[in-house]
Unconditional design. Structure first.
Length: 235
């Protein structure tokens, strides 16, 4: 579904992505892990078209997406921290985005309902708690039925019940054939929702494997220990 070929990106003298090549298939949840500053968000932003790589290519369904726009309607994004106009009400933000995406006839409002956002529609974005803002971001990411979802630390800041709702939604959409890339540092969460783990260290792919194989190869039941073993080269 997504093929990344020899991707490189530098910010000034800092080389953030160093020749990254990888393919992701539909119907999978892939957890993107790695130390702070490893290049995870930069990779996501390249796929989203928010950052232009210096060289290499990204293909979706076999076609290069670089400098193209139409494909973006197929990619939903939930940022780590959503930035919204402080004075707009939740209702206005949702209406505005719906207006931009008038082409989509069947909107998915499940998260709006499950998070009870309608009851808070008249609250201004600037007055919301961090967690409620996250719920708005999650609802918007899933709203237009994108084939690809990129979720950056999606449950950070959500209370346990709200996090559970989001995890169920992720699994439901995966079953419908979507590709979901999740950046997360929470191993228990990765274990619950992901099929595969992509580990990026210092701008390079350290490993990319299924959770089943990572555990089998390291003979570890717990994913955190299995990953620590792979990182230390003990498998
Ligand atoms: N717009 C930018 N200009 C300059 N440097 C940047 C920019 N965006 C990111 N960087 C740098 O690129 C490196 C990789 O950042 P990135 O956000 O991709 O890391 P990450 O793996 O997502 O980290 P984290 O786990 O902390 O979110 C970091 O050193 C960061 O400071």
């Amino acid at each position: 579904m997504i093929t990344i070929e020899n991707l490189r990106k530098s910010y000034g003298k800092l080389q953030v992505l160093k020749d990254v090549s990888i393919s992701f298939s539909a119907g999978k949840v892939v957890s993107v892990i790695g130390p702070n500053g490893a290049g995870k968000t930069t990779l996501s932003k390249c796929i989203l078209g928010m950052v232009l790589p210096d060289s290499g290519d990204i293909k979706i369904g076999g076609e290069s997406i670089l400098k193209k726009f139409a494909y973006r309607s197929q990619v939903g994004y939930m940022p780590q921290i959503g930035k919204y106009p402080e004075n707009m009400k939740i209702r206005q933000v949702i209406e505005m985005v719906r207006d931009i995406r008038k082409d989509v006839k069947q909107v998915d409002e499940e998260l709006i309902g499950l998070y009870g956002l309608e009851e808070m529609y008249e609250k201004r974005m600037g007055a919301l708690s961090g967690g409620t803002k996250q719920k708005v971001s999650a609802a918007l990411a899933f709203m237009f039925n994108p084939q690809i979802l990129i979720l950056d630390e999606p449950t950070a800041g959500l209370d346990p019940i709200s996090a559970e709702i989001l995890k169920c939604k992720i699994l439901k959409e995966k079953k419908r054939g979507k590709l979901i890339l999740i950046t997360s540092h929470v191993m228990s969460e990765i274990e619950e929702v992901a099929d595969e783990v992509l580990c990026i260290v210092d701008g390079q792919v350290k490993f990319y494997d299924t959770i089943v194989d990572i555990k089998a190869n390291t003979q570890e039941e717990r994913l955190s220990r299995a990953i620590a073993k792979v990182m230390n080269g003990e498998d």
